[in-house]
Design a protein around this ligand. Sequence first.
Ligand SMILES: [Zn+2]
Length: 379
Amino acid sequence: MQPTIHLAFVDDWELSGDGSGNPRELQFQPMRELARIYEAHGVRGSFNAEVMQQLTFRKFQAAHPELKDFADEWEATVRQTFSAGHDIQLHIHPQWSSAEYRAGAWNLNGDWSILNYSVDEARQMIGGGKEYLENLLRPIKPGYGCVSFRSGSWCIAPSPHMLGVLAGLGIVFDMSIVGGVQYQTRRIKLDYSNCEEDFQPYYPDMTDARRLSDKNEPIVCIPTNHFYGSRRQTLQHHTRKAIGAIKSRTSAKSSPSGSGRTVETYGHEWAQDETLLQKIYTRGVRPYLKGRHLISDLAQLDHRLMLEMLASIRRQARAARVAAIPVILENHTKDVRDFTHIERFVADVSSAPDIKCVTLTDIAAGIQSGAFQIKTRAK
Ligand SMILES: [Zn+2]
């Protein structure tokens, strides 16, 4: 049986993790371009709007009028995208919680992981963000609600309270788990290398989203998709990206109006604190055993890797032996350098008979109507 894949194109819509970059270049323009691509192929996309950044711009706007211009344009862009039929959902980066703004630059002092905040602080950030988006969008569509969540830097587990806070606020599902992700960085420590489920929707253990509950729970987890890219495609892609990095470094020097975000910015934010031996294992040995672990983040993939991702999704969907399955992709407008790969991929899937392109709100409705099978731990 070939199940129907309910595929959500999801974008985490935000500035760089350290607050740097120009919102027009990293967010507003590429959001319009992505929306154009979706619309050309009859697809509705979903954007996880990072709200802490926006609320911080508002907080400082009286003293800094340029921040007010950006915040107004942020709202106008979100409203316009939502009015065109795309979905807007909630994304939170807590490092904005104690931001300073000096000489036109942000200094984000807050801890990057929401897991390191108290239950009250977490509830305040998530509840405040949800309320803000709902107030912004309900004038356009009265029934609008934040029904899904993705945590900044994937930080959801383990936590004694995060899933309970989300469920208490009416969030239907969380998509912060990505199987195989493991970070030991300066800012983020996460270990999702042994998740009990990394593809299908499931009821989580309420204190550790990496595990399955043995019963129904008030919230569902749907992992963000990942796959193992073939050595050949991964190597070709990384060679092309390395050449692109050299080019972008050269052009950044020659254009003072650069977006302030380069391939190096991404590498620096996510540099792992690894020993030499670990490095040799993760870069040199593991890829040869399993293929290279890749988050299904379209901004980091070329078209050929996207097709490998799709083949992996279809293989796992068949193995799940269900009639319908939701699959959640990732993207970052701030990192997209060449939209042609995404456009080809959107064209591919929009005409595939076994794929239905849906929004996050559609998936939440599917969970609530019983359209998807939600796993629990077998008793
Ligand atoms: Zn993010």
